[in-house]
Write a protein that binds this ligand. Structure first.
Ligand code: FES
Ligand SMILES: [Fe+2]
Length: 346
């Protein structure tokens, strides 16, 4: 079961060009494309003539042309041309999905199109501020439920064990972190502080610290599938808890978008932006490389978890103190799932 009435990330904007891009989202296979005017379209990947996937087609004047017998569909899914035929049957159409291109993302609405309110899409202004937040992005295909991937981001104690060589740190520091979880209407917010601790390897490669640091991790979960993160560290003595926004420390912004592909797989859209050495492209590259490594570590462990849970079931699991944010997150998803309307016919 999926939460359909929500905006999900379908693609990075620069992934979608005139070549049709097939992607499965919430168990539905779609084809994304840009028409000749640059306008995005998302259609069911199934031609209404003989069921051929539209991914085999090409963009022509008027829209996407099926690669089998040449029917052309516009971005609304209407057939606008049939070779050798003037009259177009009224049933000649395919399902289309509302799309919004914003902040380098392509957002898609998988529920009732009448409820697609683009004002509900979150803002991520950092993608538009290349001077202050130079960034790079990526998509990982994950063979695990999007919920398990969000679980992973709700419990940072895993850093000490999964990410020893990158963004981790001493396990004791993580277990003893100050943690404040605040549920809100759209999900939850949490803020962790690890005071007077050693900076982890990724931080040390990025900036020069005098010694111990005060380190924070701030997360906002926006249901059902977005997580906005601001993490960093300043030298001890700079009153980081009163003012984190200071030059000279380490600071990064991460965006995590987990879009369900199937019940047990998802697309992980993530970006990383460095809030230091902004005029050094190699700093952006280095951070991206470090975070790529760390997220591959997450991918491996969560895929292993999914395989085991698929084989053995999800009962016989025990909650511990560090699950607080994860539990709030799951409750939010359950609330949204209960509020779902049935999918529109066709
Ligand atoms: S199957 Fe698409 S035009 Fe025939
Ligand atoms: Fe992780």
């Amino acid at each position: 079961m999926f939460i359909r009435n929500a905006w999900y990330i379908a693609a990075w904007a620069n992934e979608v060009g005139q070549a049709p891009l097939a992607r499965t989202i919430l168990n539905e296979t779609l084809v994304l494309f840009r028409d000749k005017a640059g306008k995005l379209g998302a259609l069911e990947d199934r031609c209404c003539h003989r069921g051929t996937p539209l991914r085999f087609g090409e963009v022509v004047d008027g829209g996407l042309r099926c690669g089998y017998h040449g029917l052309v569909f516009d971005g609304s899914g209407s057939c606008v041309s049939i070779p050798g035929q003037v009259k177009i049957p009224s049933k000649a159409c395919v399902r289309s999905y509302p799309l919004v291109e914003k902040d380098e993302f392509v957002w898609i609405w998988m529920g009732d199109p009448n409820d697609a309110d683009s004002s509900k899409i979150l803002n991520y202004p950092f993608h538009n501020d290349h001077a202050k937040w130079p960034h790079k992005h990526e998509r990982y295909h994950i063979k695990a439920s999007y919920k398990l991937m969000i679980d992973n981001l709700m419990d940072m104690t895993h850093l000490a064990y999964v990410h020893k060589k990158t963004i981790g740190g001493n396990p004791k520091i993580h277990v003893n972190a100050q943690m404040a979880v605040t549920p809100n209407e759209n999900g939850l917010h949490y803020l962790r502080w690890m005071l007077d601790c050693d900076p982890p390897p990724t931080y040390q490669k990025a900036v020069t610290f005098k010694g111990k640091v005060d380190r924070w991790q701030e997360f906002e979960f926006i249901a059902p599938s977005s997580i906005v993160q601001w993490s960093g560290a300043l030298d001890v003595g700079l009153s980081a808890q009163e003012n984190r926004n200071q030059d000279g420390g380490f600071s990064l912004r991460l965006f995590h978008g987990l879009t369900p592909e199937t019940e047990s797989s998802c697309h992980y859209f993530w970006s990383t932006a460095n809030g230091y050495r902004q005029d050094e492209p190699e700093a952006t590259e280095q951070l991206f490389s470090e975070i790529s490594t760390a997220f591959m570590e997450d991918k491996e462990i969560v895929q292993g978890q999914q395989a085991m849970l698929s084989a053995t079931g999800e009962d016989r699991l025990v909650d511990i103190v560090s699950d607080a944010a994860r539990i709030h997150m799951r409750r939010t998803l359950e609330r949204l799932q209960r509020a779902e309307k049935p999918a529109p016919p066709g």
